[in-house]
Design a protein around this ligand. Sequence first.
Ligand code: GLU
Length: 376
Amino acid sequence: MSVHRAEWVGKAKRWVVKIGSALLTRDGTGLDRAALADWAGQIVRLRQQGIEIVLVSSGAMAEGMCRMGWTERPRALFEKQAAAAIGQMSLVQAYEENFQLHGLHAAQVLLTHDDLADRRRYLNARSTLRHLIKLGTIPVVNENDTVAAEEIRLGDNDTLGALVANLVEADLLVILTDQQGLYDKDPRQHDDAELISAGWANDPRYLAFAGGAGTHIGSGGMRTKVLAAQRANRSGCATLIASGQATSVLERIHAGATLGTLLMPDNAPLAARKQWIASQLQSAGQVWLDAGAAQAIRETGRSLLPVGVTRVEGEFDRGEVVSCLDSEGQLLAKGLVNYSSAQAERIKRHPSQDIEKILGYVDAPELIHRDNLVVL
Ligand code: GLU
């Protein structure tokens, strides 16, 4: 694995660096300006060596609370959103001041789940981010917490970091946290927990190792980091989870030092359109497949035909993203449907040549064409 590490990190030219709230705000006691200046300096030096960097920075809510002197995390959504609006100012101000010292600029990008779910907005965000990189700025991304309603929030910036890595086709997602990396057991509870130095992002053991949620300051734990690595994997991006407190952490990663946990991609990157489908966090509905259809999709990458669908749930229109479940209810794939839920309900279990007789017209013989279907 050590050979792989040097190979992966060495050839990574575009990085997404995510810094968590607990790190940025000294466990919620206020923005750690010295640490922030140090990371900013490292980012500038990497940039000078030709590494392109997009920063995903948490800490808006935690810093907003500090600015207002609130000691407890507010419960009401509008209070959290107000805290994020206040704290986001300090964050970008601090980044801009530090980058300016070296003649660079920060560029604030606030995204919501809907921006990434809507194909047109997604493509807009993608081209703007790419242009900001080309201009030599350091985009500083966060979730637009002030407008994101609770039920459609991305929720944690590990997920956001991975989606941004997909968006800009990054080679490496670096998640800086207050832990050394991923352990085979929770190191807070087990003295003999061992750090995993490198592995494959999709190794099924890692989610079990990661356990539940993290601290009270940020929103993610190790689990969201492993899931982020799996998402990043879809665009062929490696993920490195490392301690943000380690000296010169980013520059040492660049130099090939063995630190943290490197989770490497094991798949060829999906085509951009399929990545977008796979990155959808919510589906408009779901269809249940019989064993034959599930096998055809899983093993031979076929299209989904109406005849293989046993149940249709939710309300969706043609062109929306729908989840495909196997007969056990396990998520198997996601895809863009050719028929609405009402139409799918009528044509399910029927061979495609009957579609015209049933609906009075035929749009496509498939419910989901294989070009619009991503096996997960
Ligand atoms: N967007 C949140 C903030 O800046 C952080 C989410 C997270 O902790 O992952 O406060």
